[in-house]
Design a protein around this ligand. Structure first.
Ligand code: SRM
Ligand code: SF4
Length: 569
């Protein structure tokens, strides 16, 4: 397949990913045949990529890769499945089924909360895949649209303080998610054994070849930017009057990944394009998605996300096209401010007189180990709790909507399973992506070293009397930036095994991209530099000045104003 770039008169070849989508018969491929194939535990050819549209990734345990290779064994293929959970809310009762599945059918027996407010199972064998989909279906969930070139799990502010309009915002997250979902029957036919309906599939919004690349959406309630909206393609910032959402400020074109050394790739913050009254929301969502669908680059996946489309044609042209397609005019942006990004921990009463308890989940990994019985504790809560669990965009969990009479019961479980730790502010504001052993793209460790790195940083902070302060600290195992390191005050990004690039200068509310400070550092070198920076911060900071603001003011790194020119120079 070829398309013409008329301006340059160059014929460019569509990517293989486009061919796969085009030939897939609306995401079916020959997945059904692969499910019957008992010779391999993996999916073959195009199906390897197509299963991602159904919310699964084929992985193998990288800790075991060499050993199995030496034994001439196939890599230990197993799937990671990511559930769709717009806004991160799930009834506590349903958690028991999720926990059971992890115990019975996954190699790791853990559940991983992600920073897009959902959960993943790692290590599902091919033969158990239908079982997981049926289990999810039985509790009203699915994994459709959580991976590949579609609109991903939609984020929504989870802070329970905002609950009066939270319910409304959450409904919008659901509405937009359902509206933008693939309409193909492939998921139901393949995984749920539902009968093939002999009508032609039709994808009125996504189109037959879906989007050029992944697409991410948020619904945000200021002043909390816990969802890190600036990292997303399409964002709806709620504007409320008398505790009712009347409209949204719309921001588009955020995204964080880049490729080491490739100056044609850069992280970018979502840009304001205007305000819309609430009744235009779906129209505008459709116009944004279809504009990106039609104008996004399908010949180079590294240049295919919305931010590159916008850069290629200009924000104004993109905006006018949205107005044309939605038949609306954007109004001027309404005032809004953000004050924080992190989660609010501990007990808090909400507007409906219910209690909410935010628990810190180390690395978002729900598991039992010698020190903690988090997995078992959560199940005990699920057995008695009639409300919800809310997964936050920082990989934590809120036990929400706890009635007055259940508060003590739940608190007793929390105490006996030691679900609350006395941890530093720094630790609460730290995050890492999954990385090794399951992520095939990992260049360096992230989740498995986060705790160690935080402990070292805590010691440095203590030494300089800063133990009550916090720094947003994040690690990603590669520059795809799943841990959103490039929006951290201190961000580490994997370069190769045990080596990282050190980025500094993001801010507390997530509206500034961090800049590289030093490259290719070992762990020892990282702490050498951080010790120095933190010491100077302790001695020379203005009153209450945050670390990220300080290193910019003191010009340890240049502030990134326009990432396209400033990120690499
Ligand atoms: Fe991510 C790919 C894990 C949030 C940017 N991400 C991956 C894969 C699936 C690796 C792969 O393609 O084979 C990782 C699976 C690891 C594993 O074993 O579980 C992975 N990403 C994650 C999660 C689980 C990290 C976490 O610890 O929470 C997050 C799942 C979110 C979800 O529930 O949907 C996750 N990924 C992000 C974010 C942060 C966000 O969305 O707020 C980003 C940066 C924001 C952005 O998209 O710009 C992110 N992930 C990527 C990219 C780079 C995409 C790009 O624009 O170039 C890839 C690679 C790709 O898509 O080709 C990737
Ligand atoms: Fe994997 Fe890289 Fe994402 Fe970490 S940042 S989960 S290493 S793709």
């Amino acid at each position: 397949m070829k398309i013409n770039d008329k301006k340059k008169n160059i014929v460019k070849k569509l990517t293989d990913a486009e061919r796969i989508k085009e030939n897939s018969n609306y995401l079916r491929g020959t997945i059904i045949n692969d499910l019957k194939n008992e010779i391999t535990n993996g999916f073959i050819g195009d199906n390897f990529s197509l299963i991602r549209f159904h919310g699964m990734y084929q992985q193998d345990d990288r800790d075991l890769r060499l050993e199995r290779y030496e034994q001439k064994l196939e890599p230990r293929h197993a799937m990671m499945l990511r559930c769709r959970l717009p806004g991160g809310i799930i009834q506590a009762k349903k958690w028991l089924k999720i926990n059971d599945f992890a115990n019975k059918y996954t190699l790791y027996k853990t559940i991983r909360l992600t920073n897009r407010q959902t959960f993943q199972f790692h290590g599902i064998l091919k033969k158990h895949l239908k079982c997981v989909h049926k289990m999810l279906h039985d509790i009203g969930l699915d994994s459709l649209g959580t991976a590949n070139d579609v609109n991903r799990n939609i984020l929504c502010t989870s802070n329970p303080l905002a609950s009066l309009i939270h319910q409304e915002a959450y409904k919008w997250a659901h509405k937009i998610s359902n509206f933008l979902l693939p309409r193909t029957r492939a998921y139901a036919e393949i995984w749920l054994d539902q009968k093939k309906i002999f009508t032609t599939d039709h994808e009125p919004i996504l189109g037959k070849t879906y989007l050029p690349r992944k697409f991410k959406t948020t619904v945000v309630i200021p002043p909390y930017n816990d969802v890190d909206l600036y990292a997303n393609d399409m964002n709806f910032i709620a504007i409320a009057k008398k505790d009712k959402i009347i409209g949204f400020n719309v921001l588009i074109g955020g995204g964080l990944s880049f490729i080491h050394g490739n100056k044609n790739t850069w992280p970018f913050l979502a840009q304001e394009i205007g305000y819309i009254p609430i009744e235009h929301t779906l129209l505008v969502a459709k116009a944004i998605v279809t504009t990106q669908r039609d104008w996004g680059n399908r010949t180079d996946r590294a240049n295919a996300k919305t931010r590159y489309t916008i850069n290629n044609i200009g924000l104004d042209v993109f905006k006018k096209e949205i107005e044309k397609r939605a038949n609306i005019s954007f109004e001027r942006i309404r005032d809004y401010t953000f004050i924080s990004r992190g989660d609010r921990f501990g007990w808090i009463k909400d507007i409906n007189d219910n209690w909410n308890l935010t628990l810190f989940v180390k690395n978002g990994r729900i598991c039992d180990n010698n020190n903690h019985l988090f997995k078992s504790g959560l199940c005990e809560i699920a057995k008695v709790h009639e409300g919800n669990f809310r997964i936050t965009s920082n990989q934590n969990i809120i036990i929400s909507d706890i009635s007055k009479d259940k508060k003590n019961i739940i608190n007793n479980i929390v105490q006996s399973y030691k679900l609350i730790d006395n941890i530093s502010h720094l630790r609460k504001n730290s995050m890492a992506c999954v990385s090794f052993p399951t992520c095939p793209l990992a260049m360096a460790e992230a989740e498995r070293v986060l705790s160690f790195f935080v402990t070292q940083l805590e010691n440095i902070m203590l030494k300089y009397g800063l133990e009550q302060e916090t720094i947003v600290f994040r690690i990603s195992g590669c520059p795809n930036n799943c841990g959103r390191s490039i929006l951290a005050e201190i961000g580490l990004i994997g370069k190769s095994l045990s080596r990282y690039n050190l980025y500094i200068g993001g801010n507390k509310i997530g509206s500034r991209i961090a800049k590289i400070y030093k490259e290719n550092l070992t762990e020892k070198e990282i702490f050498f530099h951080l010790k120095y920076l933190i010491q100077v911060w302790s001695e020379e900071r203005n009153e209450k000045e945050d670390f990220g603001d300080f290193v910019i003011r003191k010009q340890f790194v240049k502030e990134i104003i326009n990432p396209i020119s400033d990120f690499w120079n």
